[in-house]
Design a protein around this ligand. Structure first.
Ligand SMILES: Cc1cc2nc3c(=O)[nH]c(=O)nc-3n(C[C@H](O)[C@H](O)[C@H](O)COP(=O)(O)OP(=O)(O)OC[C@H]3O[C@@H](n4cnc5c(N)ncnc54)[C@H](O)[C@@H]3O)c2cc1C
Length: 361
């Protein structure tokens, strides 16, 4: 099987992205469809049935999907990340139980680290997992779970006396309570919710990351996640720029369009320049991540720069379109909401500043 992003988008995302936003729902069937296009095991090693993509290729795929719908792209990468983690860190039993269903898209994954009292300090989570014989008893509350509305396979980070671990918790276990979907500025295809775990009995075989290694494991994937969010922002901005130029260029008033005005042409030149810079930084971070050296600072810089540029410059693209840019029939309002969302995903802009400045002092 090969990854066929373009066909997936043309047939299954382009015609529906606007509807998913207005109905605040992306149907779970999209994961099964994505599976037939190789999009559910993108970074699962080929030996485990996945596509084994490197970071550069993965970033390109996500950029392409985000150019149509970033919420769909982020939803898929959350699922893909968990499938990879199970393939790489899971016991044979865990792999057998969960990997085939996740690769086919029948079962959907979610990553549950953040809690309602704050997400920036991952070490401070308070959900507990207490060992009782051959089970853990899990109690606590999680917030901001992407795919939360539809996830069946939950990777839940919790504290034990020996430090943090991660458990795979099927969402249908007694004591797992799924919250209502969040109503947000946009990005509703992501299906974000909270979860409550009330003394959930989880078999010891469901340990994904052992006691004491949970925090390290959660943070290990963060650089890759930041690079992919940066790539998605570049995809949205590039799509917005082309859309706005086409739209504004086709509107004529007294034989002229607003794109004939030098002020607008220069604004477009600024947007294109910043897009090129964000894309180059993101590519550099992706290449570095594939190499032997740590790329945490580059990943933080790419994420900070690409999200900031996307947020400001997608708004500028809308401005070029006049008030029409605000209308939901055009994709820019969706992109703008997702660019704002991107400022929080996988660490806020302020947390990227912490990483970058720490490397300088
Ligand atoms: C759409 C969406 C989907 C998400 N999906 C997931 C998911 O699937 N799984 C998951 O676990 N999490 C998810 N998150 C949570 C995300 O990781 C957190 O929102 C993020 O880590 C920030 O946490 P917070 O929102 O609680 O802000 P807080 O940590 O409460 O921070 C509040 C403000 O203080 C600033 N701040 C905090 N600490 C510092 C510091 N040390 N220095 C300077 N400034 C600081 C922050 O930058 C922010 O501006 C998602 C978030 C969003 C918006």
């Amino acid at each position: 099987m090969e990854v066929r992003t373009e066909e997936f988008l043309e047939k299954h995302v382009v015609p529906f992205a606007s509807q998913w936003e207005s109905e605040q729902l992306m149907p779970r069937e999209i994961f099964k469809i994505a599976g037939t296009y190789g999009l559910t095991g993108l970074i699962v090693p080929t030996g485990s049935g996945g596509m084994g993509l490197g970071v550069v290729e993965l970033s390109d795929v996500l950029k392409e999907i985000a150019a149509v719908d970033m919420a769909c792209a982020f939803s898929l990468i959350v699922h893909n990340n968990l499938a990879r983690s199970i393939a790489v860190n899971g016991s044979d039993q865990l792999k057998e139980m969960f990997l085939p269903g996740m690769l086919s898209g029948e079962r959907i994954g979610g990553f549950l680290l953040t809690e309602p009292q704050g997400g920036s300090d991952a070490a401070a989570i308070t959900t507990t997992a207490t060992l009782k014989g051959d089970h853990y008893i899990v109690t606590g509350e999680k917030a901001w779970v992407s795919n939360g509305t539809r996830a069946d396979v939950l990777s839940v980070y919790a504290q034990t006396e020996q430090g943090m671990l991660a458990l795979i918790i099927p969402a249908n276990l007694p004591g797992v309570c799924r919250g209502d979907k969040y109503s947000l500025l946009g990005g509703h295809a992501l299906g974000t919710t909270g979860f409550i775990f009330d003394k959930v009995k989880v078999p010891i075989e469901n340990v994904l990351i052992t006691q004491g290694n949970g925090l390290r494991a959660a943070l290990e994937g963060i650089d890759l996640a930041r690079i992919t969010v940066a790539a998605m922002c570049c995809g949205m901005l590039e799509a917005s720029l082309h859309y706005a130029i086409d739209f504004a260029g086709s509107r004529k008033f007294k034989g002229e369009s607003v794109t004939d005005l030098q002020g607008n042409q220069w604004r477009v030149a600024d947007i294109a320049t910043e897009l090129a810079a964000a894309s180059a930084l993101t590519r550099e971070a992706a290449i570095a991540h594939e190499g032997p050296d740590s790329s945490s600072v580059l990943a933080a810089k790419a994420k900070k720069f690409a999200t900031t540029v996307a947020l400001r410059r997608i708004a500028d693209c809308m401005q070029l379109m006049g008030a029409s840019g605000l209308q939901q029939e055009h994709p820019l309002a969706r992109h703008l909401a997702c660019a704002k969302m991107a400022e929080y995903l996988d660490g806020t802009t302020e947390i990227q500043n912490v990483v970058i400045s720490r490397s300088l002092f």
